[in-house]
Design a protein around this ligand. Sequence first.
Ligand code: PLP
Length: 374
Amino acid sequence: GIYLDHQASAPPSPTVLSAMMPFISGIYANPHSDDHAAGWAASDAVEAARAHVAGALGAETGEIVFTSGATEANNIAILGVAEAATDRRAIVVGAIDHKSVLAPARALGRRGFKVHIAPVDDDGAIDLAVLGDLVNDDTLLVSIGAVNNEIGSVQRLADISRICRDAGALLHSDATQGLAWGAVDVEAAGVDFASVSAHKAGGPKGVGALFVSSTSADRIAPVIHGGDQENGLRPGTLPTPLCVGFGAACTDLPDEDGIERWREVTDHLLAGLRGAIPGLRLNGAPSPRHPGNLSVLLPDGDAAAVVARLQPRLAVSRGSACTSGTPEPSHVLRAIGLSAVEAERTIRLSTGPGTRIEEVERAVALIAAAVRAT
Ligand code: PLP
């Protein structure tokens, strides 16, 4: 089948798989065992991987905390900053943020924190004027996703950072959907914390990272307790093969030409869909946008039925994989002004850097036929 669901999980490259293999089979020592050479070998591999992850984010190696993925990184960031808080009691999160950001913020709301939701415009961009009004000297943390997983919209983090700095608030960004196309630069973005996940960028599932700026490390405290791994912020034995695969994926990201080609394939897919399905609309702004993301609104019908009819020949998703188990319409699509019915007529297609023109042309034919048949 054709796979157009890279934003849910991207296929690991041969580079990633071959880097991981020795650590799955032979090098099994605990990377935190420092009494023997076997442990040192595992530790060296984890530290090399950490440097690659740091390199991909524009961070220092010591600023990378490995986690089990972006869900955990988001939780540690939001709950951990609250844990370390002394005075400020308000949190601001973005209206179209991932549930792994919204849910911990809501949990803090139940603990007495004030939680504000920063709205977006119809393109999915945070309204900076409203954000400016929401952030004040009681704001502990602002958490705004860098790139949206459903509609691919990209936030102006440097501007958001300025608003936070002026008020003395910390800034976290869920940058999970930026890593695959090298769109995460923690320095330029001016963030204190950022979350990423390996499997959205060609690495293995089950590993991710939280960037903790060296200047903000004293503003976050652990929320799970155990040993002193990962500076005590994320105790537990690191999964060596997963860390190594994550590091390899970070060295194997597409370059500028690769991203350009990727965007062209996605544009070709959109043009094909528009030609084959009169009345089809693109949700969110054409640009700036994730190079592989298309969120399209069908003129009528039901996306779930279309997606089901495409099985097993074509993998696409309705809304986002993370919310498709729940019955209510996507909060992201609702926030950019779609009705509940329109949200239910939306399909997300996500290409990867290796997706070929022939594949998207075949996908257009399959989708057009499925739409006609439903
Ligand atoms: N944040 C965003 C924007 C995502 O797209 C995802 C993907 O599901 C996550 C967080 C969760 O990532 P993980 O699967 O690593 O927990």
